[in-house]
Ligand binder design. Structure first.
Ligand code: 13P
Ligand code: SF4
Length: 299
């Protein structure tokens, strides 16, 4: 393993590369990264870096977002098949149909969308800033794509009407309300923290609803010792590492995002060796999608 890490670090400096990793990545991939974060933090990091190459350890839409924000850099996704099923639940054509059904309404696109869908949208959001972004839009009714769970949560926090598309995250929807009730019964002192991609019945049981990095901040600041974490289980790596005195319970036996786990240390090395798999996007898509992402970053 050390040999592999040494080779990655050597090639990283030869190529002037930076490694960005999402909080759901395998522990060893998170540990080799220069920066680990949630979708919003990763977008900001990709916009700011002065490296020549970004190796993105996450899923396809995240690497595309990095390319949109840094079009002159080489952005590599170590496994080209690491996609997001939720992002695939709406195409640009389906979004155009959705807009035709609701003429004149602004579109808020969750960052978990393809570049083409972002290019058809007015503004992006992540789970960390969705309420703020919906509040910032100059309309009392907004369309929200592709997720239906995040906008249900957002609608409970704003007076605006949010019309959702019908997508969902299969990983978060696998965390069942019964799982959380059982975990609460077994650990009665534990605080429940849920990601807003969870279903509303799970969210109703939560003491806090946060993005992945929001959960890290919440746990660090909390005087509590025990937490039931309702999100993809990869987050437990950072939670445990950064809070050795606290205890974390994973409520579900199946809350794994198989796409996030497609990135391995070997693939990170091969990616740097072969400069693969490069994200390429048409210039006009980059330009239109960029406006929606930069609009979000500016709020
Ligand atoms: P955040 O890390 O932005 O909370 O997103 C979760 C997620 O599902 C990313 O695909
Ligand atoms: Fe997509 Fe869900 Fe996996 Fe995130 S956890 S990448 S939303 S499938």
């Amino acid at each position: 393993m050390n040999n592999l890490i040494d080779k990655i670090n050597k090639l990283k400096s030869d190529r002037k590369a930076v490694i960005l990793a999402h909080n759901y990545q395998l522990p060893e991939v998170q540990d080799v990264a220069d920066f680990t974060g949630d979708s919003l933090e990763l977008s900001r990091a990709a916009a700011k870096t002065d490296a020549d190459v970004i190796v993105f350890c996450g899923v396809h839409f995240m690497a595309e977002t990095a390319k949109i924000l840094s079009p002159n850099k080489t952005v590599l996704l170590p496994d080209p098949h690491a996609g997001c099923p939720m992002a695939d639940m709406i195409t640009a054509e389906q979004l155009r149909d959705f807009k035709r059904l609701h003429p004149g309404l602004p579109v808020v696109a969750y960052v978990n969308t393809s570049a083409e869908v972002k290019a058809e949208s007015d503004i992006c959001c992540t789970s960390a800033n969705a309420v703020k972004i919906v509040e910032s839009v100059q309309s009392n009714i907004v369309l929200f794509v592709p997720d239906k769970s995040l906008p249900a949560y957002v609608a409970s926090k704003t007076t605006k009407r949010v019309i959702p598309y019908c997508g969902y995250c299969p990983t978060h929807h696998r965390i069942l309300v019964h799982d959380v009730i059982r975990a609460k019964r077994e650990h009665s002192d534990a605080i429940v923290v849920a990601h807003p991609e969870c279903t509303m019945d799970v969210i109703a049981l939560a003491d806090a609803v946060e993005s992945t990095s929001g959960m890290l901040r919440y746990v660090k600041a909390s005087p509590a010792r025990e937490f039931i974490i309702c999100t993809e289980r990869g987050l437990l790596h950072r939670l445990t590492k950064e809070n050795p005195d606290k205890i974390f319970y994973n409520p579900s036996p199946v809350n794994i995002c198989p796409n996030m786990k497609k990135i391995t240390l070997e693939k990170v090395l091969w990616s740097l060796e072969d400069m693969k798999h490069e994200i390429e996007l048409p210039a006009d898509t980059i330009e239109r999608a960029r406006a929606a992402i930069e609009g979000m970053i500016a709020v």
